[in-house]
Design a binder for this molecule. Structure first.
Ligand SMILES: CC(C)(COP(=O)(O)OP(=O)(O)OC[C@H]1O[C@@H](n2cnc3c(N)ncnc32)[C@H](O)[C@@H]1OP(=O)(O)O)[C@@H](O)C(=O)NCCC(=O)NCCS
Length: 171
């Protein structure tokens, strides 16, 4: 199976915050944003794997800045690392006040997807080759983030998380 570049999985999604997307303060609801992020990230994982995918986990998301009614939401997603059947997707989200030409960071997140075969079973995905410095940094960190997810999900023993443990034992 050929390996693929991170940029080949890039998805850019643009949405407009309408009244039905907001909370009582006139800001975009977190749940609506996470829904859009899930779609953008799933499309990115599908592009990388050329297979249908399901969301396996979502890392904690902090909302740095609210996105106002009438502002534009920009979501950028690409695969930061492919494992065996799973892929980590990195997302960056910005809000934009188009009238005042002001763009601001809203949040950043990692979603993990598993590619499925026609029987609904996990299937192997192509490896990902990072190219830029940012991609290489994300690619390296993905190993540790995966270990945290699997430990919290009860699917890995902390003792088996070599890269994570090394963080705390470095001299
Ligand atoms: C995600 C799912 C396919 C994993 O299936 P499973 O039977 O546990 O399969 P495995 O244990 O063989 O794990 C398959 C892959 O999922 C990964 N995985 C499992 N649980 C995970 C978690 N909590 N976080 C991150 N990755 C996880 C494993 O690491 C493995 O990846 P790898 O092959 O790259 O090492 C299964 O739990 C599922 O279908 N969940 C529901 C998905 C869903 O409905 N999502 C919401 C709607 S899209």
């Amino acid at each position: 199976m050929d390996s693929k570049k991170a940029k080949e999985s890039m998805i850019i999604m643009t949405e407009l915050v309408l009244p039905n997307d907001t909370n009582i303060f006139g800001n975009l609801m977190g749940g609506r944003l996470m829904y859009w992020m899930d779609i953008a990230a799933a499309l990115s994982a599908q592009k990388h794997s050329n297979a249908p995918v399901v969301t396996a986990s979502v890392d904690n998301i902090s909302f740095e800045n609210p996105i106002r009614l009438g502002n534009v939401v920009h979501i950028e997603a690409f695969v930061s690392r492919a494992f065996n059947t799973s892929m980590e997707v990195h997302l960056n989200v910005w809000g934009e006040d188009v009238l005042h030409q002001y763009k601001y960071k809203s949040n950043e997140a990692y979603y993990t997807f598993v590619a499925l075969d026609p029987n609904g079973k996990p299937r192997v995905v192509p490896q990902l080759v990072p190219q830029t410095e940012e991609e290489k940094k994300l690619h390296e960190g993905a190993l540790r983030r995966r270990q945290v997810r699997l430990i919290l999900g009860g699917k890995m023993k902390p003792d088996d998380a070599a890269e994570l443990k090394a963080l705390f034992t470095k001299s």
